[in-house]
Design a protein around this ligand. Sequence first.
Ligand code: HEC
Length: 145
Amino acid sequence: MKITGRLALAASAGVLALAGAPHLFAHGDVTPQAVDTSALPDIQPNNDTWIEHNPYRGNAEAIKIGEHAYAQNCARCHGIEAISGGIAPDLRYLELGDSGDEWFVQRYHHGSVRDGKVYMPPMGEVLGQKAGWAIRAWLETVHQE
Ligand code: HEC
């Protein structure tokens, strides 16, 4: 029992040490939160080959998953419900359709670095392509002109 207790303590200390690691990015805690996309169809030819247009546009399940994924991973910079408080662009104004998709996935996949400063961390490699297109599907439902 005692040994188990010590091990458990050591394990939780390890977790704390990790959580306290210095943050890489400018806007506070941006540790990506995993998104469960298992309910969504896989992307063709495969989930790791980045495509330019949203295969989930109008997909109700994707929209639901995307809304949650956005709240967990993007809202801290882009604003709750995509209404920007000014830190980062207001994503409701992203163009609808294919050309908006291309710009969206470019930023989602690679983030934005200017003059050596990280404006937006690359989210795509961590969260995966399926989560990105789910977020984009939701964003199109809150679009503003
Ligand atoms: C750490 C803050 C931060 C987080 C977290 C973040 N972004 Fe960004 N994002 C930015 C900033 C800042 C810009 C503007 C970059 C620039 O001007 O070069 C941006 C730009 C964008 C753009 C381009 C918008 C435009 O109008 O040009 C898209 C699309 C985007 N982000 C999507 C996302 C998505 C989706 C997520 C969540 C998965 C996310 N971002 C998470 C800070 C963030």
